[in-house]
Write a new protein. Structure first.
Length: 685
């Protein structure tokens, strides 16, 4: 019988459902309070981050007065859509609620919560207790009839008809008939009422919560940095993009995902720096690539000695054939010879004597660089020109950008620029190089940067490293900041690498590649374990920033094969490809650090042990987090060293390790579960 048909029983039920209603105002006050919503960044001011296909786990507290039961849903939709998709919220102890949804492709998605008092579930819970206690429930059944009738009006199709019949059966009841009692307390009726309950007084929590969804490379990848001008096949010559293709093949063989190039633009001559940052350059000195712009062009040109734009396009295409992506350095600054200095002098800070203010970071002086004045009178023209630089390189198939010193430019500029570019190019990835105060580094991540350089380079003691990694992997930071653990950079050669030799480079490689989903190395110097620095500094001696270098990649002592092995382990092991946060182990020797990572799905687990002392052998007892890894306290399990070889049978939580840096400073163990006896050891698969 259609809901729209007029029937005496229906009219009576409808009237009953409205009795007692009092109008206090246009909108009745909401009874539910929703608090402590997670994840939520600055009350919804900034988005959380996910990559395509990942889950968003949402948690909240929801309360109302008295003992009425609540029901809720998690709402989500694509930014460009209007209709919400609903997922159930699960009720947890202590007024907690949780739900989750899986994000789609790159773009933005919104999410919200809706919770309401559920009169029928509250009624049904009380009704069951009364029936079990032998209390007269005839009046209670009449109350239910009115609620079920209202739900029938909201429902459609077969379920609407079933609810209407249920309401009529309840309304006709004159006593506690077994059939009527079973209907009233049935799970089927409870489920139907949950689907079509009255949500008109629901509390909606919707301050504009957003998920910024990016492609998977924004979360995980291995980066390899090199200077194109140092890629010549023989010493004494400036490299060309054609030479760089051999370096691409080298990076691909090692298993890298991204090759990152410092600026490839024409380099100014005014104020040019010489070797080791000397203030005066010789005629043959190439200058710093970050002094961008010369007579040959600016940010949308390539250095003529590197080749042409067509040569660059061929380089990018060759990278793609090898399974690599090219990342470009974005340094928004100019040399004094940049065409913009002549065409738009108002884009730069003018000094009282009419000269343009060059960059300074006292006591450092950069006479070869002019910073932009981002709030100049023609700031809109400047901002649009810088946006067009990004769009130009996107047209040349570059979609990953490493941004130089973003903390020295206005936050509002980056928030606008990244959003402006992502509107049509959601595939772009942005790496922030901001070695600055933690709050500034974190804010840059909030306003749009996909990844961030970190302080990993300076965390070399176990306690410092453990505390820092836990911080990065914990909410709320982990919801918006993705670390990229570069083990070294052209600007940073830490003392640990200067004095530690080959073992130090291997140790830092393993830590960077297994503690973070994204990591990188400044390639040839790292592979060759070069630790020569300008005395008293973290600057490389004879740095490529100021010179063309030639690297003998076959030099004895290089760790190229170790780098390749680590990258292969990262690709093959789910615990490192899609694992949870590192679980640090207790170790009774402070020179040893140990941690485990477990795949989010399945039993795959990796246990990493590193000797932080590059000069001496170290040993100790470590406690494996067996419970978190799905192992029993007394289980025997096999560990296979994927890095150095070897297979060991361990038992229970406490086990002994020893590492001699002269042989290898690290173990990367694959944990194989459920070995029950030594007879299983050799044959366990």
């Amino acid at each position: 019988m259609p809901i729209g048909d007029s029937q005496k029983s229906g009219e009576g039920l409808e009237s009953a459902s409205r009795r007692g209603a009092a109008v206090v105002g246009a909108i009745a006050p909401r009874r539910v309070v929703i608090t402590r919503v997670e994840p939520e960044i600055d009350a919804g001011r900034h988005p959380i981050k996910r990559v395509a296909g990942e889950w968003v786990e949402v948690h909240a507290r929801a309360i109302t007065e008295g003992h009425d039961l609540l029901r809720g849903v998690l709402l989500h939709r694509r930014e460009e859509e209007e209709a919400w998709t609903e997922e159930p919220l699960d009720r947890l102890p202590n007024d907690a609620w949780s739900g989750r949804f899986r994000v789609g492709g790159p773009g933005q998605e919104r999410y919200a919560l809706e919770v309401w008092v559920d009169p029928f579930e509250t009624w049904q819970a009380g009704f069951r207790k009364k029936v079990d206690a032998g209390v007269d429930v005839i009046v209670d059944i009449q109350e239910a009839a009115a609620m079920v009738w209202d739900a029938a009006i909201r429902a459609e199709g077969d379920e609407a008809e079933w609810l209407q019949h249920a309401a009529e059966d309840l309304a006709r009841a004159r006593g506690p008939e077994e059939r009527i009692v079973e209907l009233a307390r049935s799970d089927r009726l409870g489920a139907a009422m949950a689907r079509h309950g009255d949500r008109s007084q629901a509390t909606r929590y919707d301050p504009g919560l957003v998920v910024q969804v990016e492609r998977p490379r924004a979360r995980i990848g291995a980066w390899y940095e090199f200077f194109p001008r140092s890629c010549a096949s023989e010493p004494g010559r400036h490299g060309h993009f054609r030479d760089c293709e051999a370096r691409l093949e080298h990076a691909a063989r090692m298993g890298f995902d991204v090759v990152y190039l410092p600026p490839i633009h024409p380099i100014g001559r005014s104020g040019r720096k010489g070797p080791n940052n000397t203030p005066h350059a010789g005629l043959s000195d190439p200058g710093s690539p970050w002094a961008i712009g010369a007579e040959e062009g600016g940010h949308r040109s390539v250095h003529p000695e590197l080749g042409t734009l067509e040569d660059f396009d061929h380089f990018v295409e060759r990278a793609r054939e090898l399974g690599l992506e090219v990342a470009l350095d974005i340094a928004f600054q100019c040399s004094p010879d940049h065409p913009w200095v002549r065409e738009h002098p108002d884009w730069f800070r003018q000094r009282p004597d009419g000269s343009i203010h060059y960059a300074e970071n006292p006591p450092k002086r950069y006479e070869d660089i002019y910073p932009f004045e981002f709030d100049c009178k023609d700031w809109q023209g400047l901002w649009n020109a810088l946006r067009d630089v990004i769009l130009f390189w996107i047209d040349h198939d570059v979609t990953i950008f490493r941004v130089d010193n973003p903390h020295t430019k206005p936050f509002a500029f980056w928030e606008w620029l990244i959003a402006e570019v992502r509107r049509d190019h959601p595939e772009t990835i942005w790496l922030s190089e901001a070695f600055t105060r933690p709050t500034v580094l974190q804010h840059l991540a909030k306003i749009g940067f996909s990844q961030s350089y970190t302080y990993f380079t300076w965390r070399n003691r176990r306690d410092d490293l453990t505390q820092y990694v836990r911080e990065l992997w914990s909410p709320p930071i982990s919801e918006y900041l993705r670390p990229n653990f570069f083990a070294n950079t052209p600007d940073i050669l830490h003392e640990y690498l200067q004095v530690g030799g080959r073992a130090a480079f291997m140790a830092r490689l393993v830590l960077a590649a297994t503690l973070a989903d994204s990591y990188g190395i400044y390639g040839p110097p790292f592979e060759l374990c070069i630790g020569d620095a300008v005395p008293g500094t973290e600057e490389y001696l004879d740095s490529e920033k100021y010179q063309v270098r030639w690297w003998d990649m076959d030099h004895p002592g290089q760790i190229t094969s170790i780098v390749a092995r680590i990258n292969r382990i990262r690709r093959e092991q789910p615990a490192l490809r899609d694992g949870g946060a590192p679980l640090f182990c207790e170790v009774d020797n402070e020179e040893l650090i140990a941690f485990a990572r477990r795949a989010r799905e399945g039993d795959s687990s990796i246990l990493v042990v590193v000797n932080l002392d590059p000069h001496h052998a170290q040993s100790g007892w470590l406690r494996v987090p067996t419970l978190e890894l799905g192992l029993g306290e007394r289980d025997s399990f096999q560990v296979d060293d994927l890095l150095g070889g070897g297979r060991y049978l361990w038992s229970g939580g406490h086990n002994y390790v020893a590492l001699d840096p002269a042989i290898t400073p690290a173990h990367v163990f694959l944990i194989r579960h459920r070995v029950h006896s030594e007879n299983d050891f050799e044959y366990f698969l």
